[in-house]
Ligand binder design. Structure first.
Ligand code: SAH
Length: 367
């Protein structure tokens, strides 16, 4: 067997295919995002206006402030446990966690009680998060771990914004009445590019108790995401706490795997490691998994309704009153980006999970 020289991620993925056969979309996505040397997240900071994509905490401080107020309210409903751990899954540049600490300092009993735990695999982003927290004089205890399983067991508040969409998915397509998994193979026309094929063997699709699937011709399944939601639900069934998951949701079931580079859509199979790969999140399945594990589940509700119900309009009005005309205009624009349906307001959803003894969390009684 000849393994060609491996100089970059395309070479590495091609070598994997030559030696072991076509890859599942999940394996391809996982290598492209998380390969320790060439993976997208491993070697660069992709966020912000000069990067590939921009997220809610990067759009405006209002996002971090309102979500922190939500977390503090949950902490009060939990009976103000001390200590409690605040976990962020995939903190990116550390913008949200810095905003959280800024707000937390105004509630000393809260900031004294919490330990911060950041779940991050990228060394580049870990360093940025560390620097950002240092810059604002975050004096609390901060630890970094690689996965949720390493988060210490204690009362917990968890946030995951645009994290679940980066977890690898399997894709299935119905072909002549039978399900087959979609795979990534080397394109025979060029050694350096890839194409989709269907597995020759038929497969039964993972059952998640959803009858609507009978009518579908294509679907995505994210086992790592479902398992993670279940593990969070299980943790919250044993320890007081609440978790908030915000991400872009699938408008209809089907194939959503996509790549974004410099704020534009590109082909996910071209130049792996150079673009952000993501998939729409199936909130219904995540909610079911957390519920079955013993937690209470709220939503999903659109991000726009959630932030409105937490008071984004009032917060924007206060910021605008104190600002010069240019800043006031920027605040108003960012608020619109976060909540209006034509931007993130409808396509992004929020889902909360809590321990069963918390009576009700804010923001989910939206009609
Ligand atoms: N939550 C941030 C960043 C979202 S980008 C924000 O809203 O701005 C996705 C983040 O998840 C990055 O920090 C990335 O390094 C991290 N990440 C992606 N896959 C991961 C995994 N499997 N385990 C831990 N972190 C991961």
């Amino acid at each position: 067997m000849v393994v060609h020289s491996v100089r970059n991620l395309s070479d590495y993925i091609a070598a994997l295919i030559r030696t072991g056969g076509p890859l599942t979309v999940a394996r391809y996505m996982s290598e492209a995002l998380n390969h320790p040397k060439w993976g997208y997240y491993a070697r660069r900071n992709p966020l912000g206006s000069s990067g590939d994509f921009i997220t809610a905490p990067e759009i405006s401080q209002m996002f971090g402030e309102l979500v922190t107020a939500w977390l503090i309210d949950c902490w009060v409903k939990m009976g103000r446990p001390d200590p409690a751990i605040v976990v962020e899954l995939g903190p990116g540049r550390g913008t949200f966690i810095s905003d959280l600490w800024r707000v937390a300092r105004m509630v000393p009993s809260f900031s004294r009680a919490i330990k911060l735990c950041l779940v991050e695999t990228s060394p580049v982003l870990r360093e940025q998060q560390r620097q950002k927290l240092e810059l604002i004089g975050c004096s609390g205890e901060v630890t970094w771990v690689e996965s949720f399983e390493e988060v210490p067991e204690m009362p917990m508040l968890l946030i995951a914004n645009e994290f679940f969409d980066a977890l690898p998915v399997h894709q299935y397509v119905r072909f002549r009445g039978k399900w087959r998994e979609r795979l990534v193979d080397i394109d025979p026309k060029s050694d350096h590019s890839f194409r989709y094929i269907l597995n020759l063997q038929t497969t039964s699709i993972p059952s998640m108790g959803d009858d609507e699937r009978c009518f579908l011709d294509a679907l995505e399944v994210c086992p790592i995401g479902v398992l993670l939601a279940s593990r969070i639900g299980e943790r919250l069934s044993r320890f007081p706490g609440a978790a908030l998951i915000i991400d872009y949701a699938s408008a209809h079931p089907g194939l959503s795997f996509q790549a974004v580079r410099a704020h534009s859509s590109v082909n996910p199979l071209i130049s792996p490691g150079d673009s952000d790969l993501s998939c729409a999140v199936d909130f219904k399945v995540l909610g079911q998994a957390a519920g079955v594990a013993g937690a209470k589940v709220y939503g999903p509700v659109p991000q726009g309704s959630f932030l409105r119900s937490l008071g984004i309009e009032q917060r924007a009005a206060t910021l605008i009153k104190e600002a010069n005309p240019e800043t006031a205009c920027a605040v108003s624009q960012s608020k619109n980006r976060l909540i209006e349906p034509e931007f993130m307001g409808q396509s992004f959803n929020s889902l909360a999970i809590s321990s069963p003894d918390i009576r009700m969390v804010e923001g989910f009684d939206v009609k």
